[in-house]
Design a protein around this ligand. Structure first.
Ligand code: 4NP
Length: 156
């Protein structure tokens, strides 16, 4: 089983969208994944997914249930195989907390696509549509990359 943790600043917009979009892809196409999301800040800890982000998921038939924001912890680093950030700033924050990334687990979602970039924070841009589209693009590319790796591994 591959354990994937999505990370953003508040864990109420982008990383929960990534968590539930990725879960949806896995439930449609298969695979053995444990998926979670968390925040670099403690600002929103305990809060529900931000309603416009939840509404964007719901428009695409994806429910995020009773997801509550949680801050990323040092032990999460060891518990997850891949820590997928929404923007460079999240990577810097994690590295400040952890000191280093000895296992090379920390990456950025859109680096799995042909057009590597940050996902702008819809909390500030108010553009939840673009966030949804970019996160979906990244999750599709991430799923393909991990499935490809799995195939190579089982072929050996
Ligand atoms: P997220 O968006 O990182 O995509 O969850 C944010 C949510 C809340 C705040 C910042 C970003 N905030 O400052 O409270």
């Amino acid at each position: 089983m591959k354990k994937v943790m999505f990370v953003c600043l508040g864990n109420i917009c982008r990383s929960p969208m990534a968590e539930y979009i990725f879960r949806e892809i896995v439930s449609e196409r298969g695979g053995d994944f444990a998926v979670a999301s968390s925040a670099t800040s403690s600002e929103e800890a305990g809060n529900s997914v931000y309603p416009p982000a939840a509404a964007m998921l719901a428009r695409h038939g994806i429910r995020c249930g009773d997801k509550r924001a949680a801050q990323f912890t040092r032990s999460n680093y060891h518990e997850y195989d891949l820590i997928v950030c929404m923007e460079r700033r999240n990577i810097s924050s994690l590295l400040r907390m952890l000191g280093s990334d000895p296992d090379g687990k920390i990456c950025r979602l859109l680096d799995f696509t042909d057009s590597p970039r940050d996902i702008a924070d819809p909390w500030y841009t108010r553009d939840f549509e673009t966030a949804y589209e970019e996160i979906t693009e990244g999750c599709e590319a991430l799923y393909e990359a991990l499935s490809q790796k799995e195939k190579e591994f089982t072929a050996k």
